[in-house]
Design a protein around this ligand. Structure first.
Ligand SMILES: Cc1cc2nc3c(=O)[nH]c(=O)nc-3n(C[C@H](O)[C@H](O)[C@H](O)COP(=O)(O)O)c2cc1C
Length: 190
């Protein structure tokens, strides 16, 4: 699979960090491009430390102000794009067809080519504009996986909490993973 991971300036850099680490060892991933918005770098430094995101060396890294990348054209064959975390600004720009940056243009291309586009917003609560933008994107064919962790697997560390979201992203990409315990109906004891 050839894919794009875009990171924007919403809180939740750990989700991007954990996802990239998993993708780096996934057999299904043939090629991965990482695009970072300017605010993504600022937020990652605030949340993960001065070094920011650790991006696996085999992945190609891009800024958000270039069209000199293959995935901003429908003629290049890519299967999926994930925007994680996805700011409500980027989400709104994509919903309204702005293609004024690498990330928003790429998302536009994935939608028009009917390719998998996964957005992972973290915002809470939502205002009406944000809710409507999410609906618009669902109608246009995007998959929205809000960064809402689950707790029934009894995660013990921040990474394990983040992985409950990352596992859902990997599932939707079709990447096999054992990051979380799968739900089984508990045996009820008398
Ligand atoms: C520390 C920090 C945390 C932020 N968290 C969020 C957030 O969770 N959701 C969001 O939509 N914007 C958040 N923002 C604001 C975005 O960074 C801002 O709207 C920016 O314009 C997004 O640009 P981008 O989408 O190009 O990355 C945060 C900003 C900072 C500095």
């Amino acid at each position: 699979m050839k894919l794009v991971v875009a990171v924007t300036g919403a809180s939740g850099s750990i989700y991007a960090q954990r996802l990239l680490a998993e993708l780096a060892q996934a057999k299904e991933v043939e090629e991965c491009h990482v695009a970072l918005s300017a605010y993504a770098k600022q937020v990652a430094a605030a949340e993960l430390g001065a070094k920011g995101l650790t991006i696996p060396k085999k992945f190609k890294v891009h800024g958000d102000k270039t069209m000199e990348v293959p995935f901003v054209s429908g003629s290049a064959s890519f299967q999926a794009m994930v925007i994680v975390p996805c700011s409500m600004g980027t989400l709104g720009r994509i919903a309204h067809g702005y293609s004024d940056s690498t990330i928003t243009r790429a998302a536009d291309v994935f939608l028009k080519e009917r390719r998998k586009l996964i957005l992972v917003p973290r915002e809470t609560p939502w205002n009406l504009l944000q809710a409507r933008n999410v609906v618009t994107l669902l109608e246009a064919g995007a998959t929205v996986i809000p960064a809402v962790p689950s707790f029934y697997g009894k995660p013990k560390t921040v990474e394990q909490v983040a992985d409950t979201v990352v596992a859902r992203i990997l599932d939707h990409l079709g990447v096999r993973n054992d990051l979380v315990k799968r739900w089984k109906t508990p045996v009820v004891e008398d």
